[in-house]
Design a binder for this molecule. Structure first.
Ligand code: BG6
Length: 470
């Protein structure tokens, strides 16, 4: 639908920006912090840094928040490192860790920045992982213990909590993100059991939040993207439905409606990955009610029918790579989309499509908690001329306006990332921030902060409530 007049952004729109603890904080073993699964990795993709120092935000916190305030942010989304609060995941509380996040939250509030807290962003305590991680039901209780501390400590100051960042990506791509140990033959059986435990943990945490801090709001934060069929062949459309169910709706149907998506469930049956559900689980899942949906959006996906025989042993490497899931879907390229320097497809219109799909299905207010462009930024004369990033944001914000005019309720936008940080698996060189951090992969330099062109542009965007994006 082409609208003749686009609605503007709501007056109280939350102009925000995002980070996550392990990718930005550094200080990985300071002030009583325990090790997370991200701290114990022994190998990293060639040429990329570990997360030990990251952007050293832990030691630059006041300076960083002052910069975010200067940029005019109305909100800041960050995550709390579970291992700073409870170093071994389910034992003693670390007072120093609790204090750090009080300081961070207070610093935000001092500058009139609304803190948006992600409770868990890819950094499960290693001590829990050693005891089985999400395969063990004990991790549900550990997460609730951690949640209780967060709600009791910060609930009176934090209006928005996000439960689990990109649970769907941890399940589908855990070995790339570093959240799953090695893949093995039983991969899906294990993964969907872990998934079930995470869903139960999330549901119980949402209820707990409503009990302990009734003035706070809470929601899930998966990575959602619409899935296109590669052609108008009905088989390809079916493949797109399959992938949408196991990539998107499995997670959100459960968070919102408290039930397993039927297509996803039939897929579990087909691949022998039906999770074991214990008494009380479905009730807990049903009782939990999110106040909003947060989702991260980078691009859409395109798939086609997959007719490979899953038992065939003579596939070439390329065929295996393209395989997706035999009989379910096969990944395809979308020739209509441009790509980033890192090969990620860019699809602003797909953003509007995704927003419409999510809102039509769930009718809950939406906040976008990630969207952004990773690039090889170059520091020149004390700044970065990142016109490409500004262009990317303008196009995506335009599509939010289209979606708002379509009737979708979007109440905030929190691009990735507020400040340069370490990418999940592509190092520091893949930069996303509005603020440049002066370090290389292995040379920490002086970690000085520089405002990029996009910093000034976003500041103006916020001042004009999006008036400058057309
Ligand atoms: C999201 C994650 O998947 O995408 C972030 O929530 C991540 O943690 C971001 O950094 C960008 O991905 P990458 O792999 O380029 O860092």
């Amino acid at each position: 639908m082409r609208h003749s007049n686009l609605k503007g952004f709501p007056k109280d729109f939350l102009w925000s920006a995002s980070t996550s603890a392990y990718q930005v904080e550094g200080a990985w073993n300071e002030a009583g912090k325990g090790r997370s699964v991200q701290d114990v990795k022994t190998s990293y993709p060639e040429g990329t840094s570990d997360f030990k120092v990251a952007s050293d935000h832990y030691h630059h916190m006041e300076e960083d928040i002052a910069l975010l305030a200067e940029m005019g942010l109305k909100a800041y989304r960050f995550s709390i490192a579970w291992t700073r609060i409870i170093p071994d995941g389910d034992g003693e509380i670390n007072k120093e860790g609790v204090k750090f996040y009080h300081k961070l939250i207070d610093e935000c509030l001092k500058h009139n920045i609304e803190p948006i807290v992600t409770m868990y962003h890819f950094d499960l305590p290693f001590e829990l992982e050693k005891k089985g991680g999400w395969s063990s039901r004990a991790t549900i209780d550990a997460f609730l213990k951690f949640s209780k501390v967060l709600f009791e400590e910060y609930g009176s100051k934090v209006k928005y909590f996000l439960t689990i960042n990109e649970q769907n990506m941890m399940i589908l791509h855990g070995s790339v993100i570093g959240t799953t140990a090695e893949e093995n033959d039983n991969r899906w059986k294990i993964a969907y059991q872990q998934n079930h435990h995470m869903l139960v943990a999330q549901a119980k945490a949402m209820e707990l939040c409503h009990t302990i801090c009734p003035n706070s709001k809470i929601g899930p934060a998966p990575n959602i993207s619409s899935v296109y069929p590669a052609s108008s062949k009905p088989e390809d459309y079916l493949a797109a439905q399959n992938f949408t169910a196991i990539r998107n709706w499995l997670y959100l149907d459960m968070a919102v409606f408290g039930r397993y998506n039927a297509t996803a469930w039939s897929y579990f049956e087909e691949i022998d990955a039906v999770p074991k559900i214990e008494e009380g689980d479905m009730e807990a899942l049903k009782n939990a009610k999110p106040d909003f949906i947060a989702f991260n959006y980078y691009s859409t996906a395109t798939v086609k029918a997959n007719n490979y025989d899953k038992n065939a042993k003579d596939l070439t490497g390329d065929q295996q790579l393209a395989l997706g899931e035999a009989g379910v879907f096969e990944g395809a390229k979308n020739p209509n989309l441009e790509k980033t320097q890192f090969g990620w497809e860019i699809d602003p219109i797909g953003f509007r499509i995704t927003l419409r799909e999510v809102y039509d299905r769930y009718q809950l207010p939406i906040i976008i908690t990630e969207n952004g462009l990773g690039a090889f930024d170059k520091l020149e004369d004390g700044t970065v001329h990142d016109a490409y990033r500004i262009e990317y944001y303008k196009k995506h914000l335009h599509e939010i306006k289209e979606a708002l005019t379509d009737g979708v309720k979007v109440f905030g936008y929190s691009p990735w990332s507020a400040i340069d940080l370490v990418s999940t698996h592509q190092g520091v060189t893949k930069r996303y921030g509005f603020i440049y951090v002066n370090r290389d992969e292995f040379d920490l330099k002086d970690l000085k902060r520089y405002k990029k062109d996009s910093f000034h542009w976003y500041k103006k965007t916020i001042e004009e409530n999006g008036g400058n994006i057309e």
